[in-house]
Design a protein around this ligand. Structure first.
Ligand code: TXA
Ligand code: MG
Length: 323
């Protein structure tokens, strides 16, 4: 069973223990502001292999490499002016930039699945401190079995991977709650590869450029991890629900008008006040709670598609996709 260290009470112990597990080429579950990551040394093939094996993740799906700051990131990838502007504005934070890999960067091809680009992110808070202490970039996918819902608490990580890893750093509930927004700059074009914890409007407001969204199939090729069916709960999920069916659980949002609300087996509300940031933070743990409730299905109230709603609806659609 994994050892658990609370980073609030024992920050220095957590960093020391994590550095020694990382140096032994084994993965560590670490909190980030988006979701918990399963981190390992991005320059070491054995360490990266251990991530893929622990998650049961297909090796064609590249990992995001996490950096302590922009200076460190510039050692590994080539920044165009627009990407640098985005990094300066939004790092540390829930934004991943896909950039050309520098020659001899030292990042192992297993981390990038052999691509000539790399996804880079500077996480906020403890994860950044850990990377600075360790001194090398950390490759980190979400700390869950491949295909399952990403963890937003240390309990989620322990329930899923507790038997397979040796160290879980507990940073409480992730503040953002959905994975980072992934973008790729091509000349004057900004392409959205995955909606996430940084709303697209914020990118557009900063740059004055309207972000290009990927359509269906091409998105799958660009961000190979974005398979249609993902975040798979056990129960069936039904989106844009206006009424409750027999034995269903309800994931509600704001003050919605849902018929037969009282007949729901459980009612959870992502944000009673209709706040999308709060809804994103609650999304994955409420999906897990609803899934554990033994309901016959999960009905989800309509959620606005603007701001962080875009990422919330993206994850819900993947959870509802046929498999
Ligand atoms: O918030 C997050 O991004 C979390 C935390 C731990 O940082 N990480 C995360 O990693 O969500 P993961 O592995 O679950 O998702 C990474 C996504 C995948 O869809 C992958 O295909 C894409 O990033 N990706 C990574 N490198 C890429 C590249 N060079 N080009 C295109 N897509 C890339
Ligand atoms: Mg993931």
């Amino acid at each position: 069973m994994a050892q658990r260290i609370d980073i609030k009470g024992q920050r220095q112990d957590a960093i020391t223990a994590a550095c020694s597990v990382l140096a032994a080429k084994r993965p560590v579950a670490m909190p980030t502001e988006t979701v918990y990551g399963l981190a390992a040394d991005a320059t070491d093939p054995a360490a990266i292999t251990n991530i893929y094996t622990t998650k049961g993740r297909p090796r064609f799906n590249p990992l995001i490499c996490h950096m302590a700051d922009i200076t460190m990131a510039e050692r590994y990838a080539v920044f165009d002016p627009l990407s640098r502007k985005l990094a300066s504005a939004f790092w540390p934070g829930p934004l991943t930039l896909v950039l050309p890999l520098k020659e001899d960067s030292g990042i192992h091809p297993l981390a990038t699945a052999g691509l000539d680009t790399v996804g880079l992110r500077v996480p906020k808070g403890f994860a950044g401190e850990l990377i600075r202490a360790y001194g090398r970039p950390l490759a980190a996918p979400s700390a869950n079995t491949s295909g399952k819902i990403s963890p937003t608490t240390a309990d989620h990580v322990e329930a899923d991977l507790g038997d397979k890893i040796e160290l879980i750093l507990d940073g409480g509930m992730a503040s953002v709650g959905v994975e980072s927004t992934i973008i790729k700059v091509e000349g004057e074009t900004i392409r959205l590869l995955r909606p996430g914890g940084l709303a697209v409007d914020e990118i557009e407001r900063l740059t004055g450029i309207s972000v290009t969204r990927n359509a269906g199939a091409s998105a799958t090729i660009e961000a190979p991890g974005m398979l249609a069916s993902h975040y798979a709960p056990e129960s069936d999920i039904r989106l844009d629900a206006r009424e409750i069916g027999t034995q269903e659980a309800l994931i509600d949002f704001g003050q919605s008008e849902i018929k037969n609300r009282d007949s729901a087996l459980v009612v959870l509300n992502l944000s009673p006040s209709g706040n999308l940031a709060e809804a994103a933070a609650n999304l994955f743990s409420m999906m897990k709670q609803a899934d554990a409730s033994k309901a016959r299905g999960i009905a989800v109230a309509p959620i606005p598609d603007h701001g962080l709603g875009e990422a919330i609806n993206d994850r819900l659609r993947r959870a509802a996709a046929p498999r």
